[in-house]
Write a protein that binds this ligand. Structure first.
Ligand SMILES: [Zn+2]
Length: 243
């Protein structure tokens, strides 16, 4: 157990250094991720808008075709009107003309509406494009910054991770999973030191009898208050007393 606890102490130091490295990157990785998500969302919105403009334009072309046909028909009716032979024919053609005129009016009205819709979408699309361009630039800057920070810390991180792996290879799996569980729950630190009769992490007093047991380093004890694994390192004890 003593060996395992020593390994835990080393592991905790490495994890602390890794945490410092991670903190040095700040919220940059998160921000870059957020920007990417935002960009994607806006791109999808822009694509949808683009598609709807196209649909409207297609519809408008169809309606213009129908309108042209109607106008042709109307011309024909007007000519037929001069050649009618009786009232019945006259009435029939007049009815056709009225019907065609009414249809043409509806189509023209629909076309105007489509024009308005297309115009509004285009305005929206324009501002969306500008926003997209802005976001792309923001993302490029963020990614460059992130790349710089990462390359600065990458070597150090790789070394620490290698070292970490070596400790993991010799550490008991159960002890390691307990360590990880505490670490996740305690903001990245799972090991506390017995210093001056107290837990170095939460400062709660450790009963002298328990303190002696912890100094022996023969068993794994956790702090009853903060739940961290308690270990004893002579240096830390001195440092604690100096305070
Ligand atoms: Zn504690």
């Amino acid at each position: 157990m003593r060996q395992a606890l020593q390994t835990l102490i080393e592991l905790a130091q490495i994890d602390e250094e890794l945490l410092v490295l991670e903190l040095s990157r700040g919220d940059l990785p998160k921000r870059v991720e957020q920007l990417k998500t935002e960009l994607q969302r806006q791109q999808e919105k822009s694509d949808a808008l683009h598609a709807s403009v196209e649909t409207s334009q297609q519809q408008k072309r169809l309606q213009e075709g129908e309108l042209a046909e109607l106008k042709e028909k109307l011309k024909k009716y007007q000519q037929q009107l001069f050649q009618v032979k009786n009232n019945k024919e006259y009435d029939a053609i007049t009815l056709e003309i009225e019907q065609a005129e009414s249809n043409a009016e509806t189509l023209e009205f629909n076309n105007l509406e489509l024009d308005e819709r297309i115009e509004a979408s285009k305005v929206q699309l324009q501002s969306l494009q500008e926003e997209l361009e802005h976001r792309r630039q923001e993302l490029a800057v963020g990614e460059e910054q992130l790349h710089k920070v990462l390359s600065r810390t990458a070597e150090q991180e790789a070394l620490l991770k290698q070292k970490r792996q070596r400790f993991l290879n010799v550490l008991n799996v159960q002890i390691y999973s307990q360590y990880e569980r505490i670490r996740r729950g305690r903001g990245g630190s799972a090991v506390a030191y017995l210093a001056n009769g107290a837990c170095s992490a939460c400062s709660s007093r450790i009963p002298p009898q328990r303190g002696m047991e912890i100094r022996m380093m023969n068993h794994l004890y956790v702090c009853e208050v903060c739940g961290r694994i308690l270990v004893w390192v002579p240096d830390k004890e001195v440092a604690g007393q100096e305070k």
